[in-house]
Design a protein around this ligand. Structure first.
Ligand SMILES: *Cc1c(COP(=O)(O)O)cnc(C)c1O
Length: 366
């Protein structure tokens, strides 16, 4: 049996006629950028989140870039972020000239709330919380710290659409930054992103920043970006949003089977923190001698991916920050032992059974 890590066309085929009708509709309307599809999607997604405003943008990275730009974060400022995140989180900080200050993750792969305060200095301006792999971060302590030290809060929600902390949607605690890259839980069919906020002034700023710094055409208030969401993607997202809960439920069912039926003692399964919900963007396990296990799965036709093999502090791109191996031992240990198993919408029971059986039959041989 052949099981790729991800199969994107199945979730498309599930609602094929709705998607195709929407695309033809938009094409025939003759209005392709910042029109009614974007406006309606923004309203519908704000409604889904329980947020006052949503602003559609071109991708998840730029959502983070704009968030820090709108908050006035700049060179000389420090932003706290977990060390084991996807590198785009860090780029959202450094593209504004600010310095990322890394914090080790907890056993749930999210920021360790007990290690934040020791990293706060006079220059600390914000915390970027990443709800990694689809699990909400422990928000109450983070909110407390933000309050105590007067820090801004930005949430990287790229992997966690629909996840909740204490029954409240992530992305509504601070400024929420979403990606709609095709493989994300709420993915479109190209690039897309969004920002959520409850602040009216920030809402206006984001709308200006995403469109060359202008609200009124050809009147430019600031040097902005071209960071717009297009009509076709917004239209397709509107269709998918009506099915999002169903799609998340399907992912949860697969994850529940893995959690219950993967019984190989060599495998460390993911855990869920108190009050934090998990929408299973990724099902990440840990194992010693990971590369050997990955090869075994590959030989049995099962595709896996490492999210992520090189932590940002050790990447070529951030050499200038001056970190070395050993600076973040937990993060580095995770990078050496984690592996994401196939989990996608439209995965069949036979495929799930097969993955479970192959994993349970794995033994470490010399
Ligand atoms: C995907 C992702 C991003 C970036 O989103 P793009 O739309 O690909 O730019 C940022 N942060 C995290 C955690 C992501 O997974």
């Amino acid at each position: 049996m052949k099981i790729p890590f991800n199969v994107l066309d199945r979730q498309y085929l599930k609602y094929q006629s709705e998607y195709e009708e929407k695309v033809i509709n938009v094409l025939r309307k003759g209005w392709y950028v910042l029109g009614t599809e974007v406006t309606n999607f923004e309203k519908e997604y704000a409604n889904y989140l329980g947020s006052k405003y949503v602003i559609g943008v071109d991708n998840g990275l730029n959502a983070i870039v704009l968030a820090f730009r709108a908050l006035g974060i700049k060179e000389g400022d420090e932003v706290i972020v977990q060390a084991n995140t996807y590198i785009a989180s860090v780029m959202g900080i450094t593209m504004n000239g600010a310095t990322p200050i890394f914090v080790e993750p907890n056993e749930f792969y999210n920021i360790d709330i007990n290690k934040i305060e020791e990293k706060i200095t006079q220059r600390t301006k914000a915390i970027l919380v990443v709800h990694l792999y689809g699990q909400a971060s422990k928000m109450e302590k983070i909110l407390e710290i933000c309050e105590k030290y007067n820090l801004k809060l930005v949430e990287d929600c790229a992997q966690a659409h629909g996840a909740m902390f204490d029954n409240r949607q992530i992305g509504t605690f601070g400024i929420g930054c979403f990606s709609f890259y095709p493989s994300k839980n709420l993915g479109c069919f190209g690039d897309g992103g969004a920002i959520s906020t409850n602040d009216e002034k920030l809402n206006r700023n984001f709308r200006v920043l995403r469109n060359y710094g202008s609200q009124k055409r050809y009147y430019n208030e600031v040097v902005g970006y071209n960071s717009r969401l297009d009509e076709i993607q917004a239209g397709l997202l509107r269709v998918k949003l009506t099915h999002l809960d169903e799609l998340l439920e399907e992912r949860t069912k697969i994850a529940e089977r893995y959690l219950k039926e993967i019984t190989n003692p060599l495998i460390v399964l993911p855990k869920i923190d108190e009050k934090c919900s998990h929408v299973w963007h990724l099902f990440v396990v840990r194992i010693e001698n990971r590369d050997k296990f990955q090869k075994y799965l590959e030989e049995n036709g099962i595709g896996t991916v490492i999210h992520y093999p090189i932590p940002p502090h050790l990447s070529e791109a951030y050499k200038y920050l001056g970190y070395k191996k050993g600076d973040f031992p937990i993060t580095e240990k995770y990078a050496e032992t984690i592996l994401s198993l196939p989990l996608y919408n439209g995965m069949t029971n036979e495929e799930i059974n097969y993955v479970i059986n192959v994993i349970n039959s794995y033994e470490e041989k010399e």
